[in-house]
Design a protein around this ligand. Structure first.
Ligand SMILES: [Zn+2]
Length: 57
């Protein structure tokens, strides 16, 4: 069984780093303050309570 892959991403608001689970380990993570209607993404809440979107490229 494969362990889930996590990567660190920087909050676009305060630069706190948060671990996010990624679908596989060779994706590029792109943080965004607003949602776009394309691609795979996940929502992240940083330790300071900012919610943002992370796209997998
Ligand atoms: Zn933040």
């Amino acid at each position: 069984m494969q362990r889930p892959v996590t990567e660190e991403i920087e909050c676009p608001h305060c630069r706190e780093r948060t671990n996010v689970v990624v679908p596989h380990d060779d994706v590029e993570l792109k943080p965004s303050r607003s949602v776009a209607a394309f691609g795979d993404y996940t929502t992240v809440t940083c330790p300071n309570g900012h919610e943002y979107w992370v796209y997998f490229c």
